[in-house]
Design a protein around this ligand. Structure first.
Ligand SMILES: *Cc1c(COP(=O)(O)O)cnc(C)c1O
Length: 341
């Protein structure tokens, strides 16, 4: 059976042209900062966002954790929304490895409101933990691929700067925000002190993220990446896949967004409560009379359709380059069948 896999956009596989670019990549030892293809990718991405310095990492989790660890000491505090990837999906890394405490609030669709944020940020003193870093997520994964409007990000930037604090963006899917809104990457880049972007989600590279940050962090960032086990040697083979993805797979994300809107229409027509997709993520809220998300996911699998149970009554579907409109339609009817009694 050929599966329609909508569990995540991480399931995208490199095609023949990307593989050819990877096979042809010039390589060196990237722990010595001597892999020319990695250096090229880092400079290319830094330039796309107008950021001073960039470092290639094996994963988005490592990019986020590096940004956190470079700015928050053990016992220090990171402020962000309660459904952030850093809080929900990084296995407690900030706490387990960095001794970092988080202070969070639940926000509609994961997007922090500047007024709420103002209540969370605090100035430390000998008996009060102070905020060391604020983080936002663009687009927001658990928020259903929601997009921070630029004005909101600008207000957050001003607020955070008012406290003299750095602002990190988990921009694993910032490409989707860029394509959905037309906001230039450099406009986003100018807002953040550090910014992590993912190459292996909708862009379709097999692995890799890039973390941008101030240039003075370079030596410490390289040391810490190595300490975390992320010092890769001939990593240019992976970086070449990322570079290919950036040159060929960014603008096409618009198709994934269109497929997400079509899926939402089909599912609403079938009677489901669907969170409005702003990019490539569709959240389906199951009613009390419907089977739970795990049961729906299991029944769909039997029909060759893979979806994520994202909460007890929440199903997540993520559109991407390896699923076309017909595949989405097949997925919608499998879900409708699966949710019947
Ligand atoms: C996927 C994701 C990451 C990082 O993922 P990796 O699997 O480690 O590459 C970080 N943030 C968000 C919002 C994500 O969706």
């Amino acid at each position: 059976m050929t599966f329609i896999d909508l569990r995540s956009d991480t399931v995208t596989k490199p095609g023949p042209a990307m593989r050819a670019a990877m096979a042809a990549a010039e390589v060196g030892d990237d722990v010595y900062a001597e892999d020319p293809t990695v250096r090229d990718l880092e400079e290319y991405v830094a330039d796309l966002f107008g950021q001073p310095f960039a470092l290639f990492t094996p994963t988005g989790v490592m990019a986020n954790q590096l940004a956190v660890r470079l700015t928050v000491p053990a016992g220090g505090e990171l402020v962000l929304d309660a459904d952030a990837h850093i809080v929900a999906h990084e296995d407690g890394a900030a706490a387990a490895q960095g001794g970092v405490q988080t202070r969070t609030t639940l926000s509609p669709r994961g997007l922090l409101d500047p007024a709420d944020l103002a209540r969370l940020i605090r100035v430390g003193n000998p008996y009060t933990v102070g905020t060391d870093l604020v983080a936002v997520e663009q687009t927001h994964n658990r928020g259903g691929g929601s997009v921070y409007p630029l004005e909101r990000l600008t207000a957050i930037r001003e607020l955070v700067s008012g406290y003299g604090l750095p602002l990190h963006c988990d921009g694993a899917r910032i490409w989707n925000a860029h394509v959905a809104t037309g906001t230039p990457l450099r406009t986003y880049g100018a807002l953040f002190d550090s910014l992590g972007v993912c190459l292996s989600k909708g862009l379709g590279a097999p692995a890799g993220s890039v973390l941008m940050m101030p240039a003075e962090y370079e030596a410490e960032a390289r040391r810490m990446r190595h300490r975390m086990g992320g010092g890769m040697r001939q990593a240019g083979i992976l970086a070449a896949g990322g570079r290919y993805a950036l040159e060929h797979h960014v603008e096409r994300l618009a198709e994934d967004h269109e497929h997400a809107r079509e899926l939402a229409v089909l599912l609403r027509d079938a009677g489901f409560a669907v969170v409005d997709p702003e990019t490539n993520i569709v959240l389906v809220e199951l009613g009390e009379r419907q089977p739970d998300a795990a049961a729906v996911a299991e029944r769909c699998r039997a029909e060759g359709v893979l979806v994520s149970a994202f909460g007890p009554r929440l199903v997540r579907l993520v559109t991407h380059m390896d699923v076309d409109a017909a595949g989405c339609a097949r997925a919608a009817s499998a879900i409708a069948q699966a949710a019947k009694g």
